[in-house]
Design a protein around this ligand. Structure first.
Ligand SMILES: NC(=O)c1ccc[n+]([C@@H]2O[C@H](COP(=O)([O-])OP(=O)(O)OC[C@H]3O[C@@H](n4cnc5c(N)ncnc54)[C@H](O)[C@@H]3O)[C@@H](O)[C@H]2O)c1
Ligand SMILES: [Zn+2]
Ligand SMILES: [Zn+2]
Length: 379
């Protein structure tokens, strides 16, 4: 099969790889029809993780079931399915509690597994013609009859729609709340959509990319252009100096200052400043335990210069981590089915697998207009 293979920093290639196949009776084999490029892929693409060369990338996958293992009960050949980026077993202590992002079975010795992801198990990604899905009955979200028509919406359930929603859960967003979101990338935009779904009264989205801020505005959010580092002031001004009720971090450890230099503590400290005293902060942007290629000495060891004193003094709370996609994807799918959510509004490019290397290059440079790329293997 054709697949997008990581060869090294900024070097991904479409290559002929062995076909994905069933390996266990609980597996399902999916012919991929839509697979996205994610900001998380960029940490790997840029060589900022310990991703091994030769692995297939892609954790935001949707497709048609073409074969099922003998122990698969529920999922049938021909079903259109969306796969959460996390691989859960469904029966461990964490999966049982809905925390499938921290499955204890799928990647023994660590909590959490994913497709085509550094440090999250040996599983191949879905930027390919086919994908092996472990624990198929648990992991496949079987889609309704508009699956093909709304494919570009449903594919966002594999990660970013659920992750944006998770950010608002971690930040305890409630009806009427004001919410400040750092990052107008796909995850930040989905956090904004989710905040509105939860009934937020005011949503601020902070970034410096005008094309992305324009999308935030189109969703009804207040765009905060931080290209002159005045974002904190603007949010405080618009919240009577108090800060927003809740905040979401949707950027991660590669966040940058106005000069494009990485300052890994910047968004976290800006959140402490722009969330009110006693407010909650949800962090879905990825931070990693070690970053040997960081410029900053602390960051090399996975540490940041966090304003803990101010955070403590304001009595704020923080919650972090991978989204437990399974906890939300079924409900969010119903919103898509009913026409009440349209996450595809952020899609800028629909390309063939063949175009993936060019798409990685542009998405990585945040070239204007490259907001979210869907690859369509087979097209
Ligand atoms: N927790 C999870 O389960 C999960 C799932 C998916 C993605 N992620 C992570 O979420 C983050 C965002 O993903 P994405 O796909 O939207 O990526 P992206 O890289 O496309 O978007 C990040 C955005 O943050 C902006 N940014 C950079 N520095 C900033 C700053 N100081 N202030 C405000 N904005 C700033 C960038 O301009 C960019 O638009 C990444 O770290 C990704 O790995 C986490
Ligand atoms: Zn992703
Ligand atoms: Zn599990």
């Amino acid at each position: 099969m054709k697949a997008l293979v990581y060869r090294g920093p900024k070097d991904v290639r479409v290559e002929e790889m062995p076909d994905a196949k069933l390996e266990k009776p609980t597996d399902v084999l999916v012919r991929i029809t839509a697979t996205n490029i994610c900001g998380s892929d960029l940490h790997m693409y840029e060589g900022r993780t310990n991703m091994e060369a030769g692995r297939i990338l892609g954790h935001e996958n949707l497709g048609e079931v073409i074969e099922i293992g003998k122990a698969v009960d529920r999922v049938k050949v021909g079903d259109m399915v969306c796969l959460p980026f996390n691989i859960g077993c469904g029966f461990c202590a964490n999966c049982e509690r809905g925390l499938s992002g921290y499955c204890l079975t799928a990647n023994p010795g660590t909590a959490g597994a994913a497709y085509g992801f550094a440090g999250m198990g040996p599983y191949s990604g879905g930027q390919a013609e086919m994908l092996r899905v472990p624990y198929g009955d648990f992991n496949c979200l079987v889609l309704p009859d508009d699956a093909k028509e709304k494919e570009n919406d449903y594919v966002m359930l594999s990660d970013i729609f659920a992750t944006g929603y998770h950010a608002t859960e971690l930040a305890s967003v409630k009806p009427g709340d004001s919410v400040v979101i750092y990052g107008a990338g796909p995850v930040g935009l989905m956090a904004a959509t989710s905040a509105f779904i939860k009934g937020a009264s005011l949503v601020f989205v902070v970034d410096s990319h005008k094309d992305r801020l324009a999308l935030a505005e189109k969703m009804g959010a207040i765009p905060i252009d931080d290209s002159d580092a005045g974002g904190v002031e603007q949010v405080l001004h618009l919240t009577d100096g108090q800060g927003a009720d809740c905040g979401c971090e949707c950027v991660g450890f590669q966040c940058c200052n106005m000069h494009g230099k990485e300052v890994p503590h910047l968004t976290m400290n800006n959140l402490v400043q722009t969330v009110k005293a006693t407010g909650s902060i949800g962090v879905v942007g990825v931070f990693i335990p070690e970053d040997p290629n960081a410029q900053d000495a602390l960051a090399k060891e996975g540490k940041i210069a966090f304003d803990f004193g101010k955070f403590w003094f304001k009595g704020q709370r923080i919650a972090t981590g991978q989204a437990n996609v399974k906890a939300y994807n079924r409900s969010l799918a119903k919103l898509i089915h009913a026409g009440k959510a349209k996450p595809s509004m952020i899609v800028s490019h629909e390309l063939s697998l063949h175009d993936a290397p060019m798409a990685y290059e542009n998405f990585d440079k945040r070239t204007s207009g490259w907001t979210k790329v869907i690859l369509k293997p087979g097209k």
